[in-house]
Write a protein that binds this ligand. Structure first.
Ligand code: IVH
Length: 592
């Protein structure tokens, strides 16, 4: 897979066309396609007779990794193509990316759970593609834009790049919509400022625009430079937005998991049209590495909407009054000595009653993604804690409108509304309650897997670490964290009080009536050739069947893949039907 040469100015674009025209004068009249350069992970998708058969990363351009199962989780990727002019064998190239919303959500979660946030959506997307477990890839909700075709067998009677994009769309791919054909380089240059402005507003990270010679027959004639960069395309890059300001202080935010997150309080400065007064500093190693000192003049960049980053201190501007930063040994919120696990770059406050952790935990519980208690944000939770009306999330359910009304900032209506919102949260499903409880490593997806597979809070609390680890998509680390949570007397007490408060402890099972697998229960074991565990579970459930974690006399069939172990033996022992993936798909009547 080829790469792209860069041009940082309009003059460099002129030079590029002049060099090409010396080789082939016709390029000047061939027109160009202008596209957005998507900053994600390049992928190569093989389609045989219109079916997606193999997906790979770009790797070093020659050798990439096979990531077919993970790519199948990308919703924009068509598994079967539409149309009767699809070549018999072809490769489609494209870019897998993570939109800003997903990137922000992912990083917020990572910070909440004490993990290091990703520096940019590209790293997050590339990381998701390399996951061993496709359920993790799916949870990241990656997207895909296709941008070119390489026909290997059969033919495609298309002679321009712009028509190739149209064919991709016709067959079912998503093509980045801001592409256009222009007749000349002058027209392309005129379009540059508008592209630069537009790029900053896109819902995903873009790192430039791409100019491509529109006439495909000229591509081969122009050839490739150094085996890497085709002469027929070039990326026009833009300088990132940078500003210089002064670092007022380094502050610490204590997260829900107790992670101490340092951040920079800045003298407000405008970067790319937005006033920035804070920037993340990630962790103490980064501060030490960059030798960032309080009082320093610092460079701040903002690429698109990403959280502003502090690039580097300007050492030449130092006066000697700057103060090196020392990470505190005690939690700034509760003064408990902090801990630093050997394998982590973060320090943690170990005190589960730390007011900062409690505050963050309750706000998370009430958040839209969890119990969805409207009107219960930081300010109100802070107030309720300070007034001694609540100590934890279970106390929320005992609040009365009278109590709230007596508090500052509440009127009769707002008090009644909050009480109603809290009451309504009682019927949120178990998966959201579990997510809201903030158990380490239990994000939304894992909470859903656990709730779906175990069905109730009681079953979860009673499950052994082994039972938990056998839930498809749940690994040993998660199982350990969940078992640990339920073993803690403090948490048992909390769960007991939530039960008394009438909070839903069940997950409504999705009931599919009819369907080829109605009334049947299957157990999955081993690695299936193309489907991930959760994908196979979903297919079985969609066909009316149920998926169980262990084999019993009630099991209708065991779907076994490579390296199947004890469950397969048990199935043989009990004389239960054993199927492979193909047999399962035949039963479901869906081979895609
Ligand atoms: S064309 C000429 N078009 O940028 C063949 N690439 O820096 C190479 N990229 O590896 C690619 N958006 O992953 C092309 N509209 C676009 C692109 C694009 C993003 C990526 C691609 C490539 C990298 C090169």
């Amino acid at each position: 897979m080829l790469s792209l040469a860069n041009a940082f100015s309009d003059e460099e674009l002129e030079d590029w066309e002049n060099r090409n025209a010396r080789l082939i004068p016709e390029v000047r009249a061939a027109g160009y396609t202008l596209e957005v350069k998507i900053d994600g992970a390049a992928v190569n998708l093989t389609y045989e007779k219109g079916h997606f058969v193999l997906g790979a990363t770009r790797g070093n351009g020659t050798i990439g990794e096979v990531i077919t199962a993970n790519l199948r989780t990308v919703t924009d990727l068509p598994l079967t193509l539409k149309g009767d002019d699809v070549p018999a064998l072809m490769e489609v190239r494209g870019e897998v990316y993570l939109p800003w919303v997903g990137f922000r959500r992912l990083n917020e979660r990572r910070e909440r759970e004490g993990e290091t946030p990703f520096a940019n959506p590209r790293n997050a997307a590339a990381g998701a593609l390399r996951q061993l477990d496709p359920t993790i890839t799916r949870a990241r909700r990656l997207r895909l834009f296709a941008f070119s075709i390489e026909v290997l067998e059969g033919s495609l009677p298309i002679t321009s790049h712009s028509k190739m994009l149209a064919a991709l769309e016709r067959w079912g791919f998503v093509v980045e919509p801001h592409h256009r054909r222009v007749d000349s380089l002058a027209e392309a240059r005129d379009a540059v400022p508008a592209y630069e402005a537009m790029l900053r507003k896109l819902p995903f990270q873009a790192d430039g625009m791409v100019l491509k010679v529109d006439a495909i027959p000229l591509h081969e004639e122009l050839g490739v430079v150094g085996g890497r960069d085709p002469r027929w395309a070039i990326a026009r890059k833009f300088a990132p937005e940078v500003a210089v300001t002064q670092l007022r202080a380094i502050r610490i935010n204590v997260g829900r998991t107790g992670a101490l997150n340092p951040w920079a309080e800045l003298e407000p400065v405008e970067v790319g049209g937005v006033t920035v007064s804070a920037a993340t500093l990630h962790n103490e190693e980064l501060i030490a590495q960059k030798d960032i000192r309080v009082g320093d003049w610092v460079e701040v960049v903002r690429a698109g909407e990403v959280i502003p980053q502090l690039v580097a201190p300007l050492r030449e501007k130092r006066t000697g009054k700057e103060v090196p930063f020392v990470m505190p040994d005690r939690c700034p919120a509760c003064d408990t000595p902090v801990e630093r696990p050997a394998d982590e770059a973060m320090r943690f406050c170990p005190n589960v009653s730390c007011p900062a952790r409690v505050l963050e935990g309750i706000v998370h519980f009430a958040s839209r993604e969890a119990m969805d208690i409207r009107g219960l944000g930081y300010e109100r939770v802070r107030q309720l804690l300070a007034d001694g009306l609540i100590d934890d999330v279970a106390d929320l359910y005992a609040l009365s409108a009278q109590q709230l009304q007596a508090m500052e900032g509440f009127a009769a209506t707002s008090a009644a509304q909050l009480v109603a919102a809290i009451a309504a949260s009682r019927s949120q499903p178990l998966s959201l309650l579990l997510f809201g409880l903030g158990i380490r490593h239990v994000g939304k997806t894992v909470a859903q897997l656990l709730a779906r597979h175990l069905g109730s809070m009681d079953a979860l609390a009673a499950a052994s670490q082994q039972d938990l680890a056998s839930v498809p998509g749940v690994g040993p680390t998660i199982a350990e964290a969940v078992a640990h949570f339920f073993a803690e007397p403090r948490n048992q007490d909390l769960i007991g009080r939530l039960r008394e408060a009438g909070v839903t402890f069940e997950e409504a099972q999705r009931i599919v009536t009819g369907g080829p697998l109605a009334g049947r229960t299957y157990v999955l074991t081993g690695t299936l050739p193309t489907l991930s565990r959760s994908e196979a579970s979903k297919r079985i459930e969609a066909a009316g069947g149920r998926v169980a974690g262990s084999v019993s006399k009630k099991t209708s069939g065991v779907v076994a893949g490579a390296d199947a172990g004890g469950k397969l033996d048990k199935a043989r022992e009990l004389g239960i039907e054993i199927l492979d993936e193909a047999a399962l798909l035949r039963l479901i009547g869906d081979a895609t």
